[in-house]
Design a protein. Structure first.
Length: 364
């Protein structure tokens, strides 16, 4: 007999999600103004956040392990049509996706972009803000570029492979992080979202927010006004993770270090985007680490720098203050413009507002 999993449901400013005939994996969370159609499936640790705008999901959509869907607060909602398959560790953010599309593992679709019907976005591809993708094509790369048209039979074969977890160079990524919590949470370490490890316990300021599906493990300290979001992992095993004032670590990010590799230090007023992976590195004040980025051990990001979405920063790289780094591997792109810095700091203020609202909802 199968086990029925109840999702984590969070009301936001009086708005509660609604759905009919949906299936949920362990750790799945649905928040705020999220509306799900019939026969929708959320895999383990999937997060759908309709907290600052509305999020509509059509009938028959499938979200695989650790996928994240969010909106742009007060600017862009997320609209998803029918029969869309979203791969493992993929991210859909404040955009419109038409019927019958496929997003491969770790693909990222960003704000105000539009994806036409029957489109296939390859594993790891990045659709940048404002991009319009024609329907019926395969797109790949960073930024995503058209590769070729796709037949209906080929598209549906790729969908079957993605859903089954089979091997495929187009929609599967063999280098994903662990997709469940077991590798991060030792047995007998307590009840979530805070877990002790090796005698160390997380120290979280009372004016900070930790989402109920997060896993904050061991030697982790979070200062006033910080936030750690749904299905995020922060694991300090013999080395600390320090999160500075008003900084946020968004949904499904994984920060993991140990005594051999050294600490993770994050300054004040920093945004760590959705689905980011970080090793033992240092991030200065007022930085932005873009959605889906990966920072290797030994990376130093100086004050006011920006690491682009889906960037891969190689070990021991110095990201200079006030510069944008982008690409895989990431290279210096150009200086951050003053208006860009101001815009990104407004994003941080939005998350401080989220923190206060979620704390109030939690206390109610």
């Amino acid at each position: 007999m199968s086990t029925v999993v109840t999702p984590v449901v969070v009301t936001f400013k009086g708005s509660k999600p609604n759905w009919s005939a949906a299936d949920f994996g362990v750790g799945a969370a649905v928040i705020g103004r999220a509306s799900l159609g019939k026969d929708v499936s959320l895999g383990p640790w999937v997060t759908l956040r309709g907290d600052g705008n509305f999020l509509d999901v059509g009938d028959g959509c499938r979200f695989l392990d650790r996928a994240t869907v969010h909106i742009a607060d007060g600017i862009y909602p997320t609209r998803m049509g029918r029969n869309i398959t979203v791969g493992r560790f993929a991210l859909v953010h404040a955009c419109t996706i038409a019927d019958d599309c496929i997003l491969g593992d770790a693909a990222v679709v960003m704000d105000n972009s539009s994806v036409g019907p029957g489109t296939v976005i390859a594993a790891g591809a990045l659709v940048p803000p404002g991009k319009k993708l024609d329907g019926g094509w395969l797109y790949d790369g960073n930024p995503a570029q058209p590769v070729r048209e796709m037949s209906l039979d080929e598209r549906e074969q790729l969908r079957s492979i993605l859903l089954a977890g089979g091997k495929n160079d187009i929609v599967r990524d063999p280098n994903l992080p662990p997709l469940n919590m077991k590798p991060f949470i030792p047995a007998g370490s307590g009840e979530g979202p805070l877990y002790h490890l090796g005698g160390a316990e997380p120290l979280i300021d009372a004016r900070s927010y930790v989402a109920p599906t997060a896993a904050v493990v061991g030697d982790v300290a979070a200062a006033e006004g910080t936030s750690i979001w749904f299905s995020t992992v922060m694991r300090g095993d013999g080395a600390p993770i320090i999160l500075g004032e008003r900084s946020n670590v968004q949904d499904n990010s994984i920060l993991n270090t140990d005594a051999r590799r050294g600490p993770i230090t994050i300054g004040a007023d920093v945004t760590i985007g959705h689905n980011v992976r970080m090793g033992a590195c240092t991030v200065g004040d007022e930085c932005l680490i873009g959605m889906g980025a990966q920072l290797s051990d030994g990376v130093v990001v100086e004050n006011g720098a920006l690491v682009g979405a889906r960037a891969y920063v190689e070990p021991d790289t110095l990201v200079k203050a006030g510069y944008i780094w982008a690409g895989r591997p990431a290279v210096e792109f150009r200086p951050v413009k003053p208006e860009e810095h101001e815009f990104f700091q407004r994003g941080k203020e939005i998350y401080v507002g989220y923190t206060n609202t979620y704390l109030a909802e939690q206390a109610a």
